[in-house]
Design a protein around this ligand. Structure first.
Ligand code: PLP
Length: 593
């Protein structure tokens, strides 16, 4: 008998089940898993039936049985605390958990019914606006969102509407809006461009630009149709802060030369809660509402805001930057409320936890958490480089002065809230090393095998290291840098609050052991595991189909083309190699998050 190329495990299980299990007779007292069970496992679900997967069952089953089954199935997930791929918070202290549970049933859309919740939300908006340098006389407005993605879309939309209004007032067309971002932009930014029909001018990144938006390219690509520039405070790839002040200066020059005024939206998904608190700050130059050109800023409460998943924030420096037509006056359940979000119903409990954190931790508490994260990220970076096997692409462990790129002075700004002053009550003790001496950025360690290592051990693949670490429960992704630098792959660790020093110690040991194992064994390349078959496709009729997972086709989506544009990439974009164009043509979102 020749060996089959593919076997369906579900078919095998069902076949064996049919042949070897005799259904219990009704007289046995078992009523089909709905009652009379002694433990959650003493029902037919334990051995005879599977939990229905694709259709609702006719009859329900006891809650504790289903709970146990689902809990067991979910044990197959990675452990959130060891998921070092994610920026999203995985730790909630007990009081925060209590507040989450107690407020779980509150819908943030029900302003009239939950006035206290709305009041907490407004206070958070105000606190964030002040943290981000809102200027005297400005009336900041903002809103909680489901995450940074929704917030970015709102910020982008406001820029688009303001640009349209200005163009119309000047008697000009509004047919070809474009927005500028670096190729390192998180998928939420590209989504904005596609969903809201704005041409994405995705500028290539380079080693010299810290794999981030290069201000010099901004000038070449901006024009009268540019609705704004997305500048990222905390690149998802390497944690570098993009140089907001430099981009702002470039746009000042453009305005002086052409009269075209282009605003900035800062995507501070992670950095919005890091830069204001750490001694390193944003690295000296201004990044927030201290710069008049920064009209709006978003952050994820559920990242370094230390809230459970489901919360973002968008703040406009003044209400005049939020076009009136984006504000809906809703008459709902007896009250009137203003809404400028994409969603209506949203969870409210996260907002409560955000406010709890802000009040409970205060400035000093957030500072301590962020400084700890940065200190641990520095230790990890230095440990990896000390092996000689790895080199870091992130820079937060490098002394500040050695790492000046562009003409960025990277000196603390006197007006930044993050910079310690002599009379600063929140100041660390003088003898404690702080982030002030180091290059600012997110607590992220992006690393790769060193050139020397690769020359000596060409059989060792980073992908295999990631997979072997996964076997030890660490989730550390390996992926290519953005177009422009895509031939380089990086492993990336996001250091969050819950990464204790002990855990870090264990992580370094495991990385070293895994690397040594691979150095000593040439035979195996586990990279094959990344190309493994996916499960069967489920048709909407509940029947199984085939075909997913072959050659990764399932991850590609057909590219949508904007009217009048062949590839969605602006003609003016210079230095974009084939890579970047292909990316947009194919509509592939090779996303990191
Ligand atoms: C820079 C950046 N922007 C936007 C996002 C999207 O944020 P969210 O997941 O809160 O929608 C992320 C997520 O990692 C990010 O890193």
């Amino acid at each position: 008998m020749s060996l089959a190329r593919h076997v369906d495990p579900e078919d095998i299980i069902h076949h064996l089940q049919a042949h070897h299990i005799t259904p219990k007779q009704p007289s046995s007292g078992n009523s089909g898993g709905q009652s009379a069970h002694l433990t959650p496992f003493s029902t037919p679900y334990a051995s005879q039936r599977e939990i229905p997967k694709y259709r609702i069952p006719q009859d329900g089953a006891p809650g504790d049985t289903v709970y146990e089954m689902l809990k067991d199935e979910l044990d197959l997930d990675g452990r959130p605390n060891l998921n070092l791929a994610s920026f999203v918070d995985t730790y909630l202290e007990e009081n925060a958990q209590k507040l989450m549970v107690e407020n779980m049933g509150k819908n943030l859309a029900d302003n009239d019914e939950y006035p206290a919740l709305v009041s907490l939300s407004n206070r958070c908006v105000s606190i964030l606006a002040h943290l981000w340098g809102v200027q005297k006389g400005e009336k900041a407005v903002g809103s909680p969102t489901v995450g940074s993605s929704e917030a970015i879309h709102l910020g982008g939309l406001a820029m688009k509407r303001r640009w349209q209004a200005r163009r119309r007032a000047e008697g000009k067309d509004t047919l070809r809006p474009n927005i500028i971002m670096g190729a390192n932009a998180q998928v939420a930014l590209e989504k904005f461009a596609r969903y809201f029909e704005v041409e994405a001018r995705i500028l290539p990144v380079s080693k010299e630009s810290n794999y981030c938006l290069d201000p010099r390219l901004v000038k070449e690509n901006v024009d009268e149709n540019t609705i704004g520039v997305f500048v990222i405070m905390g690149s998802t790839y390497t944690g570098h802060f993009e140089p907001v002040e430099e981009v702002s200066k470039v746009l000042d020059e453009v305005e002086k030369e052409t009269g075209v005024s282009v605003p900035i939206h800062v995507d501070a998904a992670s950095g919005g809660f890091v830069a204001p608190f750490t001694y390193a700050g944003a690295g000296g130059p201004k990044w927030n509402f201290e710069l008049p050109r920064v009209h709006s800023i978003n952050t994820s409460g559920h990242k370094y805001g230390l809230v459970a998943p489901g919360l973002g924030w968008i703040i406009w420096r003044d209400q005049s930057y939020l076009p009136k037509e984006l504000i809906f006056e809703l008459h709902y359940l007896g009250g009137t409320e203003e809404s400028y979000t994409l969603n209506f119903s949203r969870p409210g409990a996260q907002v409560v936890v955000q406010y709890y954190n802000l009040i409970h931790l205060g400035f000093a508490g957030y500072r301590e958490v962020m400084e700890n994260c940065l200190a641990n990220a520095r230790i990890l970076s230095k440990s990896l480089e000390a092996t000689g096997w790895y080199t870091c692409l992130s820079d937060i462990h490098r002394p500040r002065d050695n790492n000046i790129k562009f003409n960025n002075p990277r000196q603390p700004s006197s007006s930044s809230a993050a910079v310690p002053h002599e009379d600063d009550d929140n100041d660390y003790e003088a003898e404690t090393e702080t982030s002030a001496s180091y290059t600012p950025g997110l607590p992220v360690v992006a690393f790769r095998l060193s050139d020397e290592f690769q020359a000596q051990y060409p059989h060792v693949k980073q992908e295999t290291i990631s997979l072997l670490l996964r076997a030890r429960q660490w989730i550390i992704p390996n992926y290519a840098l953005p177009p422009g630098e895509a031939s380089t792959e990086i492993l990336r660790v996001v250091v969050r609050e819950s990464m204790s020093f002990d855990l870090l110690d264990r992580l370094v040991t495991d990385i070293v052991q895994v690397t040594e194992t691979l150095m000593e064994n040439e035979e195996q390349d586990l990279g094959i595991l990344t190309r493994q078959r996916k499960g069967p496709v489920v048709a909407t009729d509940g029947k199984k189909g085939r075909g997913e997972g072959k050659g990764g086709e399932a991850t590609k989506e057909k590219g949508e083309q904007r009217p009048g544009k062949a590839d969605g990439v602006g003609e003016k974009v210079k230095g974009l190699g084939k890579e970047a164009k292909k990316r947009m043509e194919d509509g592939i979102h090779r996303s990191v998050c």
